[in-house]
Structure formats: C-alpha cells, structure tokens
Design a protein around this ligand. Structure first.
Ligand SMILES: Nc1ncnc2c1ncn2[C@@H]1O[C@H](COP(=O)(O)OP(=O)(O)OP(=O)(O)O)[C@@H](O)[C@H]1O
Ligand SMILES: Nc1ccn([C@@H]2O[C@H](COP(=O)(O)O)[C@@H](O)[C@H]2O)c(=O)n1
Length: 228
C-alpha cells in the first residue's frame, strides 16, 4: 500500500446497502470505491455468455487465465468491462444474480479475484479506498484501517430492494435475497462481525444517515486526521 492510503473494508448481506452507501461515502471523502461483487458477477456473466455448464467447476476455471476484467474505482465514473465490452448493466441482470453464487463458491475463483482486489487496494493515488463485498473484512483485507459490517433487517433490505426494482411482489424479492445469502454464507460469514469489525445497522437509518455514520467511522480513524 502506498504511503498513508487508508483502506476501508465493508461487508454485509445482499441488499444491506454496501455498494450505494460505500460509493456515496467514497465520493464525500475523495476516496476510491471498489465493488468486489462486480467481479464475481462479471465472471458469471462471461460463463453464461460462453454457454458454460455451471455445474462443471473445471470448465469455469478455464475462464480465469484470460479473464480480462476492468472496473472503475472512481466513485463518479463507475463501470465494469470484460474484454473491453461494457457489462455494467448486464451483470445486474436477474439471470446473473441467480447463478453468481455458484461461481463464487469455487476456491480457485476466490483466490484469483482476491489477488485482483488486493492490487486495487494497494495501488491508487486517492487518499483512501473503500472496498465492499462479503469477505473483505476477514479475507481480502483483514488489516484494513477501518472494517465495517453493514447490516439491516431482512424486512428493511427486502423493502429497499423491491422499491429499487419497482416490483409489486416484495415476497419474491425477499426470497431471492435470502436464497442468495444462504448460498453465500456457505462460503464466508458476513452476518456476524469478526473481531475488531464495527457493526453498522441501518435498519432505522435513512440513506443519508447511513452514509454519515460510515463517514464518521472512517474519520474517527487516526490515519484520517489529514483528510480535508
Ligand atoms: N439506510 C438506507 N435507507 C434506505 N435505503 C437504503 C439505505 N441503504 C441503502 N438503501 C437502498 O437500498 C438498496 C440496496 O442497496 P445496495 O444495492 O447498495 O445494497 P448492496 O448491499 O450493495 O446489495 P447487493 O449485495 O445485492 O449488491 C438501494 O436502492 C439503496 O439506495
Ligand atoms: N467479496 C465478495 C463479493 C461478492 N461475492 C459474490 O458475488 C455475488 C454478487 O455480489 P453483490 O455484492 O453484487 O451482491 C454475491 O452474491 C456473492 O456470491 C463474494 O462471494 N464475495
């Protein structure tokens, strides 16, 4: 890591606000923002695109050596590309969300992507970087200066995601969120804060209050004293 670049790690379940809150906090602080779920989604998108059978781990692994993945870490210019093709919107498709956990459960995939995430954390010219996902506080960056578990009740997460998708059946949205969490929890625990990780529960906070709470946690770190 260069000089005094501040690493911030944020984990939490699906729909807890990791990406939107981390991105807004990064904007406010002038930090980079790294969305790690996008990498797993991009690999799942590529597997679907190539017609790979997701039950065949060995076939998924053939994608890794040439996985040409790029992500924008400027919170004002977010993009995701695979092989130069923009897939920012495509990786949010429900078809990708439905299968991404099957790609993410493969240890060699996690190892490969973890290497990419760590490089992004280490390299950069902004004073800090907020990286969010499921295993950032525990595996990717356990030594990050600030480590936060962002949670919200299942009901709050479901209501927020349903509003975002503008769907009428909140029940189906809740089922999808909890099914994905259940699959992901078989790989890593993101429901309980590891030692030294601060829990930020946004159930009773609005969006701006949650961003303010995350920014306050980061500013409270001694390394942030020089931030404007
Ligand atoms: N405290 C809050 N109050 C109200 N809405 C919120 C709050 N935090 C986040 N949201 C909204 O909840 C929705 C889900 O947030 P977001 O997509 O950031 O979650 P996520 O944890 O990154 O989800 P996923 O893991 O599925 O990608 C968004 O519409 C976001 O604006
Ligand atoms: N650190 C991470 C981040 C994500 N995943 C997997 O990717 C899926 C999509 O993540 P979102 O944050 O975009 O929802 C998620 O469901 C996990 O399967 C991961 O394993 N580790």
């Amino acid at each position: 890591m260069t000089g005094t670049r501040i690493a911030v790690a944020v984990d939490g379940p699906a729909g807890s606000g990791k990406s939107s809150v981390s991105r807004a906090a990064a904007r406010e602080l002038g930090f980079d923002y790294q969305d790690t779920g996008a990498a797993y989604r991009a690999l799942a998108w590529l597997a679907l695109n190539r017609g790979i059978d997701l039950d065949r781990e060995a076939d998924i692994l053939t994608l890794l050596p040439d996985f040409d993945y790029d992500i924008g870490v400027d919170p004002n210019h977010y993009f995701v590309r695979v092989g130069g093709t923009p897939v920012t919107r495509e990786i949010r498709d429900p078809a990708v969300s439905a299968v991404v956990s099957r790609v993410a459960r493969i240890p060699a995939v996690r190892e490969h992507l973890t290497g990419l995430f760590r490089s992004r954390i280490a390299d950069g010219t902004r004073p800090g970087i907020i990286t969010e996902g499921r295993d950032i506080t525990t595996i990717v960056a356990p030594d990050a200066a600030v480590r936060v578990l962002l949670t919200a009740s299942a009901a709050a997460r479901t209501a927020r995601r349903a509003a975002e998708l503008d769907v009428s059946s909140t029940e189906a949205v809740g089922e999808q969120l909890s099914a994905r969490d259940a699959q992901d929890l078989a790989v890593v625990d993101f429901m309980n804060a590891a030692e030294g990780v601060t829990t930020l529960d946004s159930t009773d906070l609005d969006f701006d209050e949650t961003v303010a709470a995350l920014v306050a946690l980061i500013r409270a770190h001694p390394g942030s004293a020089a931030l404007p």
